[in-house]
Structures are given as C-alpha cells and as structure tokens.
Design a protein around this ligand. Structure first.
Ligand SMILES: C[S@@+](CC[C@H](N)C(=O)[O-])C[C@H]1O[C@@H](n2cnc3c(N)ncnc32)[C@H](O)[C@@H]1O
Length: 267
C-alpha cells in the first residue's frame, strides 16, 4: 500500500470509530429501522428484491444494510478494518443478513469471488481514488451480464467550490476541476460528520472531471443509461449552504450542480 492510501486508511479507521457514535450517522435510529438511503436512490435504482448487490466503499454498512432491508442480498466492501468490524457487529446485532469484506477496492478481484446483479456506490467515494480506469475495471468485473452499476455522488463541479473556511459567504472557484496524478493533501482534525479526531490526519484526495468518470466506465465496456445532475447535496459542504425540507443542502438560487447520479449497464 502506498503512502497516500496509508494516510487515508489511518484517517478512515479513526473516522469510522467516531462516526459510529456520531449524531450525523445516528446508528441508534438505524437499529430501530431508519433507512439511510435517499429518495433519488430508491427511484433510480428501482426494486432490488431478490437481487445480489455489491456495495463498494461501504463505510460501516448502514446503506448496505438498508438495501438488505429492501430485499437485496448484499455484500459491502471497504478498506477500513475498523469500518468492516463495526459493520459486521451491526449486522449481528440487528439480524440483517449482510457480508462484509475488508479490501482496498483495487485489490478486490483477489479478495472476492462472484458476480452481482447490481454494483452500487455512493456519497463521498471518488475523491479517494487515484485511478478511475482501475475502478471502472473492478465494477465491470463484478457485474453479471444484464446487471447494472449505479452511483450517486458529489458532482465534480462541487470540488471546485469546496471549502471548510467559516468565512466563505458565496460560491468561489477555489480548486481545479481537472485531475492531477498528485493528490491534494489536507490536514484534517474534523470529519465531514462533525467529529474531532485525536490525531491530525493527512488526507490525500484526487479530483475527477465528469468526462473522466464517464469515459472510464465506457472504456470498461459499460453502456451509460443515464446521467442526472441535481442542485442539492447530502451534506453541508460549504458554510453558506441551506437545508431544504427533505434534508438536502442547497446553494441559494439552485444554479450549480452538486450531485450527479449515473446508471450504466453491462450487456
Ligand atoms: C464517505 S465514505 C462512503 C460513504 C457512505 N456512503 C456512508 O456515508 O456511509 C468513503 C468510504 O470509502 C472507504 N475507502 C477510501 N478509500 C478506499 C479504498 N482505496 N478502497 C476501499 N475503500 C476505501 C473509506 O474507508 C470510507 O468508508
């Protein structure tokens, strides 16, 4: 594992432990039946009853198990051993049937066998990936013919605006839209879920343009069925965002894309 992945793993292990106790993730609510998926995912993925679903980069598995509650046979994978341990404990405690595999996404073909009807991933994953061609190859490899890939993710446009500065008052282009092989390095002591870590962690992140994402999936042999863009987000990324009645975060005026969703089929 290279130093970037090691930095990120050390950060994600501490974040996973703290997130499982955080208000943001509300694990107690999940145990009582709260569904962690959103309306876009339900409408766009459709009925999952009886389908096998592989969730890539699943954190500690609440989204994975929410799909299981809707009838899917689920497998979640994540490189954080802490996240996977918490996910397995939660599965045992709630009685929700789910398999969890600890693996770096690029090593998954060595650590998991089988093919799936649906490969799913969401909410805060692409910035941790140095190489989208390798990522798309893993997706294609684990899909059955006739199966599909679905992603709901922060829009690449959002990366340009992202700032944790409390002084930020309105959208400003602060970061490049385009990919660079060298990551952006951030010093983090606060996670997006509002938890403070003991250690200051170095996080290494990569930008990817919408073109890079789509072309990686096309190169892996997948057929794009739709790409949707929305002016709302699943967390408060900038201090000037406001929350709507459904819990999404918006930039007043709704003029910029903040989420994209994409479905691609394996023929
Ligand atoms: C923002 S979380 C996913 C969010 C998920 N939708 C949620 O809120 O529960 C990103 C996840 O990616 C995992 N991750 C980061 N880099 C990875 C890699 N190279 N291979 C596998 N998992 C990775 C992290 O451990 C973390 O659990």
């Amino acid at each position: 594992m290279n130093k970037y992945l090691q930095n990120n793993l050390s950060m994600w292990n501490e974040w996973a432990t703290l997130h499982a106790k955080s208000e943001f993730y509300d694990v107690e609510g999940f145990k009582k039946g709260r569904c962690t998926l959103n309306d876009l995912e339900f409408d766009e993925v459709g009925d999952v009853t009886g389908k096998s679903l592989l969730h890539l980069m699943c954190h500690f598995g609440m989204d994975t198990m929410s799909w299981a509650r809707r009838g899917a046979k689920v497998t979640g994978i994540d490189f954080s051993d802490k996240a996977v341990e918490i996910a397995r404990n939660l599965s045992n405690e709630t009685g929700i049937k789910a398999d969890f595999v600890c693996s770096d996404i690029y090593d998954l073909p060595k650590n998991l066998k089988g093919k799936f009807d649906i490969v799913y991933t969401s909410a805060g994953i692409l910035c941790w990936l140095p190489d989208l061609k390798g990522w798309a190859g893993v997706i294609a490899q684990f899909l059955k013919s006739g199966g599909f890939f679905y992603i709901l993710e922060g829009h690449p446009f959002l990366n340009m605006l992202y700032t944790e500065s409390p002084e930020a008052k309105s959208p400003e282009i602060l970061n490049s839209y385009f990919h660079s092989s060298a990551p952006e390095e951030y010093q983090n002591q606060m996670s997006y879920a509002g938890v403070k870590t003991e250690k200051i962690h170095t996080g290494d992140e990569w930008s990817h343009s919408l073109g890079d994402i789509i072309n990686a999936l096309i190169s892996a042999g997948l057929k794009i069925e739709f790409l949707h863009e929305y002016p709302k987000l699943f967390f408060k990324a900038m201090p000037y965002m406001v929350q709507d009645e459904k819990g999404y975060w918006r930039i007043p005026g709704d003029k910029l894309p903040l989420i994209f969703t994409l479905k691609a089929a394996k023929c």
